[in-house]
Design a protein around this ligand. Structure first.
Ligand code: GH3
Ligand code: MG
Ligand code: MG
Length: 627
């Protein structure tokens, strides 16, 4: 009966497991999406550089040999380098100018010792030792290969391409192009749209910038303390952008996460929007941390998944609640039915006539068993406990199973079973109700023992005369009828009828009162009864008239018996001075007699006795005068 709690716990576990699975699925999907969008951001960032690659490559194809020749020439000891600088400027400035239209920010030629030979973007400034300042220049001197990557410089920070120059197979120097952050972001926005930023480690910048004053012009503080934007790149977005980025980054220690210097994606909710913040780690040419490329996009996919998770969870909860409600209702119904059954005083079982499927508490109590299983083990079928008796249904009736028989018999079937509690047989009235179409019946056994007893009692009561304790007129009539039937059925049987009436009883009543009259009637009844045989039937016919049916007596014997009674009465004491006498009529019953004819005859004889003076017996053939 604690089932409902078990089901509740089960449903709760299902819910928790379900939510766990949904959550796991959600986390997995979000992880996949984050990986995808991060890859996507990286791809965007690097594929947007292809235009710069192409420009650099074209320049390399067109001018590499020329530049190599010039560098070779200027580095021979006899030559003065200044005229060569002039020539390079003259010849390449238009090319440099056209590339700056595409966003190139720096073009510089470096000699084989790592010194700046010519800056197109700052022509007056040359000859300084770059290898001491920038690791990329040192790397170039060692590797003598094409290098590409980020690096901070003293004028420009950004994406740097370094091309080696060879003359006759001999390394003579290199040249580099730098595309600054603004250019990169412009290109990204041109291709993809969206909001991007590049932040650079503060220490990377400060270390190299020529003039501290330039630092302030050149960079402003980024979203986190150690990072800066380039002012020009940041100009693209207007003054609201750094505030927006700052607010995005101030939440949940995002700045701390930058310290790991790894790419990642986070989701941030701000101002009612879900943002995906994609952070791609950027490295310098030397492989050291440079900064980050940040791509901010309004998220819909992850929000959709989160939404789906809540919908799934809510649906699961709803379904489980519904199931619980249904279970609870059916549990309530079951409890109700069980309580109803157990509160019955009838024995109620569910059976197909052989096996009991269910039983109520009264059943268990009556048979003194703890469980139905115990009963089945001990007795198998309830019908094994039916006591065979006339008029009662037994285990089988005329070869038919008891239940079958009761179905045919209708509602009046009765059985007797032994009550182990009270140690007596009890009578039951059985009612059947079809349970389903599998042959199961709800069978109720109503204990009618008390009812039967009462019925019997009332029957007896209705047959007796209260005052004298003799049978009454009704009983007598039944009895007479039976006796007459016996005569007809069995032929010559001798049965006689004697009727007697108190003489002058009215006078007794009148003289001593009704009470005394009653006492006289009682005394007379007792007296006569005590002188009757066992087989004689004595009844009060009415008033002060009595009647006797004498088994085995013919007219003569009846006559004799009546005379004996008359004398006995006349000689007995009744508490009244004058004593008592009765007049008698006696006759033998005939085969053709009806109750009416027999009574009429005996009544006539009694009347004759009265007529003749009372206190006498008048018999069928001859009158006996007793006086
Ligand atoms: P008879 O010799 O002709 O039979 O005279 P009787 O007075 O006995 O006859 P009757 O039929 O005139 O009177 C019968 C009386 O019996 C009348 C009635 O009051 C009385 N009686 C009938 N039943 C009872 C009874 O139960 N108790 C008492 N005390 N009197 C009864
Ligand atoms: Mg009388
Ligand atoms: Mg009378």
């Amino acid at each position: 009966m604690k089932d409902i709690h078990k089901y509740g716990l089960l449903l709760l576990s299902i819910f928790l497991v379900g939510v766990g699975l949904f959550h796991q699925e959600k986390v997995h999907q979000i992880r996949v999406i984050k990986q995808e969008v991060l890859k996507d951001a990286q791809k965007r960032f690097f594929s947007s550089q292809s235009a710069f690659d192409k420009l650099s490559q074209n320049f390399y194809n067109d001018y590499n040999d020329y530049l190599a020749r010039v560098l070779h020439a200027v580095q021979s000891p006899r030559e003065s380098s200044q005229p060569w600088r002039e020539e390079l400027l003259d010849r390449l400035f238009p090319v440099y100018r056209s590339v700056t239209l595409f966003g190139l920010n720096q073009f510089q030629i470096i000699d084989r010792s790592g010194r700046s030979f010519l800056r197109f973007h700052y022509r007056e400034h040359y000859g300084d030792d770059l290898s001491a300042l920038r690791p990329s220049v040192r790397m170039e001197l060692e590797s003598k290969r094409f290098l590409k990557g980020f690096e901070s410089g003293r004028f420009v920070d950004g994406l740097r391409y370094i091309y080696p120059l060879f003359y006759d197979g001999e390394f003579v120097g290199s040249y580099e192009w730098v595309w600054n952050h603004e250019t990169l972001i412009r290109e990204l926005r041109r291709i993809y749209g969206g909001r991007y930023a590049i932040v650079v480690l503060d220490r990377e910048m400060d270390r190299l910038i020529l003039d501290p004053e330039l630092t302030r012009q050149y960079a402003i503080f980024g979203p986190c303390r150690e990072y800066r934007y380039h002012r020009n790149a940041f100009r693209l977005y207007g003054p609201a952008f750094p505030t927006f980025m700052g607010r995005l980054f101030e939440k949940r220690g995002l700045c701390a996460r930058l310290e790991w210097h790894e790419s990642f994606v986070v989701r941030r909710q701000m101002d009612g929007n879900d943002y995906l913040v994609r952070v791609v780690a950027l490295h310098t040419i030397a492989g050291t941390p440079y900064g980050f490329f940040i791509d901010v996009e309004v998220d819909e996919r992850i929000a959709g998944i989160e939404h789906l998770f809540y919908v799934e969870t809510a649906l699961l909860l709803l379904v489980l609640l519904l199931i619980y409600l249904l279970l609870w209702r059916s549990y309530r119904d079951r409890i109700f039915v069980r309580t109803l059954l157990d509160s019955q005083r009838d024995i109620v079982i569910l059976t197909n006539g052989r096996r009991i499927s269910d039983a109520n508490r009264t059943f268990l109590e009556f048979f003194k068993v703890a469980t139905l299983e115990e009963f089945v083990e001990r007795y198998e079928c309830i019908c094994n406990l039916f006591i065979e008796a006339e008029g009662f249904v037994g285990k089988t009736v005329e070869g038919v199973n008891w239940l079958e028989w009761m179905k045919r018999q209708g509602p009046e079937s009765r059985v007797i079973m032994f009550d182990r509690q009270r140690g007596e047989e009890r009578t039951f009235m059985v009612s059947l109700n079809r349970f389903d179409n599998t042959g199961l019946y709800v069978v109720a056994f109503r204990d009618i023992t008390e009812l039967e007893r009462e019925k019997r009692h009332f029957k007896i009561e209705s047959m007796m005369d209260h005052l004298t304790g003799l049978y009454n007129k009704r009983s007598f009539e039944h009895y007479l009828q039976d006796r007459l039937k016996d005569i007809r059925r069995f032929g010559q049987r001798r049965i006689a009828l004697v009727m007697f009436d108190i003489d002058y009883f009215k006078v007794i009543n009148d003289s001593y009162g009704h009470q005394r009259g009653d006492e006289v009637l009682q005394r007379l009844a007792k007296l006569v009864r005590n002188h009757m045989r066992q087989s004689d039937f004595l009844a009060r016919w009415g008033g002060e008239e009595f009647i006797i049916v004498m088994d085995g007596a013919d007219a003569r014997a009846a006559c004799r018996k009546a005379e004996a009674l008359r004398r006995l009465i006349a000689e007995s004491e009744f508490g009244i001075p004058e004593g008592l006498s009765c007049s008698f009529g006696a006759t033998q019953l005939q085969a053709e007699d009806t109750p009416e004819s027999a009574l009429e005859r005996v009544d006539r004889l009694l009347y004759r006795a009265k007529e003749a003076g009372r206190n006498r017996v008048v018999c069928d053939e001859n009158e006996v005068d007793s006086r």
